[in-house]
Design a protein around this ligand. Sequence first.
Ligand SMILES: Cc1cc2nc3c(=O)[nH]c(=O)nc-3n(C[C@H](O)[C@H](O)[C@H](O)COP(=O)(O)O)c2cc1C
Length: 187
Amino acid sequence: MANEVIKAIQTRRAVFQASFTQEEVSKEDILTILEAANAAPTHKRTQPWRFVIYRQEGLQRLGAELSRIYKTVTPAEKYLEKTELSMGEKATLSNVAIALVVNYTGELPEWEELAATSCAIENMWLAAHSLGLGGYWASPGLINHLGGFLNLEENQKCIGLFYLGHHQSEVREPVRTPIADKIRWEE
Ligand SMILES: Cc1cc2nc3c(=O)[nH]c(=O)nc-3n(C[C@H](O)[C@H](O)[C@H](O)COP(=O)(O)O)c2cc1C
């Protein structure tokens, strides 16, 4: 029988804005989630993950910036007003948005810093799930233009936004092909 950790890993799902409720996510829960992220493995202990947490008015500012970037960078023939609106709503319909940032130290190959930050994000996702919260890692192309807004340093890169909230989503089976197709035993 699966233990609690295995069960949490197997039942974690991406939960989207359509399922989020208005209920406030407490600062205490956010800190628990961020402490879980901070417990991720890290080569040479560079701890390359950085997070910027948007709540309340901060979400309005983030949403406005995402809409502004969409409008600025999208070629006129591809621009859709509804996409401009929905970019902003991704933030304003969430209770919390966490900008996911890698801090490249130069001490390690960049892929190792990215890998460690990804481990931190999975920890975060599992911790949120264990607290009854839902969310997902969003990686729209617009994040490549968020550096100024996030006040990032030269060696830092935003790799996504983690949208978070209390939710009412149905339990979903994971969509995966069998692990047997992805492994090879050498015995
Ligand atoms: C690196 C990464 C980037 C992702 N970017 C997006 C995204 O931009 N938009 C989105 O809807 N989901 C995104 N997701 C979430 C995936 O869509 C989701 O994890 C996948 O559908 C599997 O569903 P599950 O997590 O519920 O098993 C991303 C996930 C990862 C790991």
